[in-house]
Design a protein around this ligand. Structure first.
Ligand SMILES: Nc1ncnc2c1ncn2[C@@H]1O[C@H](COP(=O)(O)OP(=O)(O)OP(=O)(O)O)[C@@H](O)[C@H]1O
Length: 571
């Protein structure tokens, strides 16, 4: 089994390390742009002051070409650096996003159907889309601005102290307050506020998906006005929280602007130039203090972004901490089988096992859902290869649970289920999926054409095979009435089809699986008597030789020796 590459507890530092070469380059380019901006302003101040002094002294010769070239170079370097930084940083972030999402999908696939089913669609969507976005943008929105600010501040302070130690100290006091005290205020709240805002986003999306799914129900129940009002209240709360964060960020930026101005003034006030010749250097220092603003202003926002990214990371981590309901064996078990043509790529079977595929044995099987007191108990039974098992019982007796156990969507708490003499737990996933086909009680249809939905089960099926399987489930006439035939698009959940048609289309898809054991949960639900008999005969003809488990509330006439299993209410 391929080892998941995403660490169980990934952290932001770990995340940054993944893209470090590109992030380091982005930092280099971004810092270069900041330093060029700083040098541009400082050097311009130096140049203008020197020109003024030369004018006052009526100096006959004054070099303007070199300073002009330096100023042009700094202006270009600043633009190019900023452009390069954006390009490289966005590339790193998008790469990170693709990498993280890919790994996330791989991990999530292991969590279906449980425990993933316990999470709402809206919540999952928020974690996979928005939280991943918040998290992967942390390098761009938080790490790079913070590192750039540290670099620029250090160089500015060193320059100011070199020009004039006393004045440099006075300016440093203001700049350090701008760089440390103001962001510290933001940081103190960033974690708590970030977590609260991310939780609000999640709740809003969860409710949105829920409302969209249940809109018709809300309208029919007359509950839409209350739900809409609740939704609007929630939206307003999110906007208020966002506004509060923005205001704090703006307040932080205003303070930084004020403090940078104070740094410049205090430098000017304290500086004691030895001679007029020092004036250009002093002008450069004063403007450098002002220019440091460009690097310091984004610090508060970066810390808030860091807080949101941490909260998003914790939410993604909580999802990844979930344990899959089933761990598959990494190696293929020795499986027997020669069920004619049913398992196209069946591994060579052991001579000690029965010749045909699809024999099932249940021994002492019991399953209790987490949080439930009573469990499902399945009587022991043996179904020979190619046999028929008809499962019935009152609602809630555990029929669908048995179907899920047979397809190993979860493991029994006790007892064993064997397929062709091998415990289900000893099959690797591919082998098991190849041998057992399950039609769940509520099958999913995708927003795609009929053919695309069918070919999910058998990508190589040609049109004749698709038509044949639709004939087996009594959908031939329905197909003949569609101008676009197999290319007819259907909506999600089978929108555009009747309940019975959608169910039969999903059934046809299940029948296309090249399996040895077919477990069909309520395949006849919603069908009239004559269609039911037609579909039952179609299934039997299609699956000749394969083992068949049919869960049905209605009595169905199945040919051959039929094992009947009646489950009693969960205990
Ligand atoms: N995901 C779940 N989490 C917790 N309990 C569950 C879950 N799924 C089913 N149950 C419970 O397990 C019991 C058996 O459910 P199951 O769906 O297997 O019954 P069933 O016989 O198929 O019912 P029906 O004929 O109504 O479809 C029920 O009491 C049900 O409430």
């Amino acid at each position: 089994m391929k080892k998941a590459t995403l660490p169980q507890n990934f952290n932001l530092a770990g995340l940054l390390r993944r893209q470090w070469p590109r992030l380091a380059l982005a930092l280099l380019l971004g810092s270069g742009a900041l330093l060029a901006a700083l040098a541009l302003l400082a050097y311009s101040g130096h140049f203008i002051t020197a020109t003024a002094l030369a004018g006052l002294a009526a100096a006959p010769l004054f070099e303007i070409f070199r300073p002009g070239a330096i100023i042009r170079f700094l202006a270009l370097a600043r633009t190019a650096g900023r452009y390069g930084e954006r390009l490289v940083a966005h590339d790193a972030v998008l790469g990170l996003m693709a990498q993280l999402r890919g790994e996330l999908y791989a991990r999530l696939a292991r969590l279906a159907p449980e425990p993933l089913g316990r999470w709402s669609d809206g919540d999952l969507l928020q974690r996979i889309v928005a939280d991943v976005e918040l998290l992967t943008q942390a390098p761009l929105r938080a790490a790079l601005p913070l590192l750039g600010a540290v670099l620029v501040l250090s160089l500015t302070l060193a320059f100011l102290l070199l020009v004039d130690a006393h004045a440099g100290l006075a300016a440093a006091l203001c700049l350090l307050t701008a760089a440390v005290a103001v962001p510290a205020f933001a940081a103190r709240r960033s974690r708590r506020d970030g977590a609260a805002l991310v939780a609000r986003y999640a709740q809003r999306r969860e409710d949105l998906v829920d409302v969209l799914r249940g809109l018709t129900t809300l309208l029919l129940c007359g509950a839409w006005p209350q739900r809409r009002a609740q939704w609007q209240r929630q939206d307003r709360a999110v906007i208020r929280a966002e506004l509060a964060q923005r205001l704090r960020e703006s307040f932080g930026i205003s303070l930084v602007v004020l403090l940078a101005g104070m740094a410049a003034w205090s430098f000017l006030a304290v500086a004691r130039p030895q001679s007029t010749a020092q004036a250009p250097l002093l002008a450069a220092a004063v403007l450098a203090a002002v220019a440091a603003l460009e690097a310091l202003a984004p610090v508060s926002g970066a810390l808030l972004a860091w807080g949101r990214a941490r909260a998003a990371a914790a939410r993604i981590d909580a999802l990844l901490q979930q344990e899959p309901a089933v761990h598959f064996s990494p190696a293929s078990a020795p499986v027997s089988g020669s069920h004619a043509g049913a398992v196209a790529t069946a591994p060579a079977h052991s001579a000690t096992l029965p010749a045909a595929c699809g024999a099932v044995q249940l021994r002492g099987v019991r399953y209790t859902y987490p949080g439930r007191r009573s469990g499902v108990i399945v009587p022991d039974l043996r179904l020979p290869a190619g046999g028929r098992l008809l499962v019935s019982g009152p609602s809630g007796a555990g029929k669908s649970t048995l179907a899920a156990l047979l397809a190993r969507l979860m493991d029994a708490d006790s007892g064993a289920i064997e397929l062709d003499g091998v415990d289900l737990r000893d099959y690797d996933e591919a082998s098991l999926r190849q041998r057992v086909a399950l039609q769940p009680q509520r099958p999913h249809l995708f927003a795609a054409s009929l053919a695309e939905n069918l070919r999910l089960a058998d990508p190589g099926a040609d049109e004749a095979r698709l038509r044949a399987v639709l004939r087996a489930v009594a959908l031939e006439e329905f197909l003949a009435g569609l101008p676009q035939g197999l290319d007819t698009p259907i909506g999600e959940y089978g929108a555009g089809l009747s309940g019975g048609e959608a169910r039969r289309l999903a059934l046809a898809r299940t029948l296309l699986r090249p399996a040895a054991l077919f477990v069909l949960d309520e395949p006849f639900e919603g069908l009239d008597e004559s269609t039911r008999q037609q579909v039952a005969a179609g299934i039997e003809g299609w699956l000749a030789g394969a083992s068949l488990v049919v869960i049905s509330h209605q009595d169905v006439a199945l040919s051959g020796s039929v094992v009947r299993l009646r489950l009693s209410a969960a205990q």
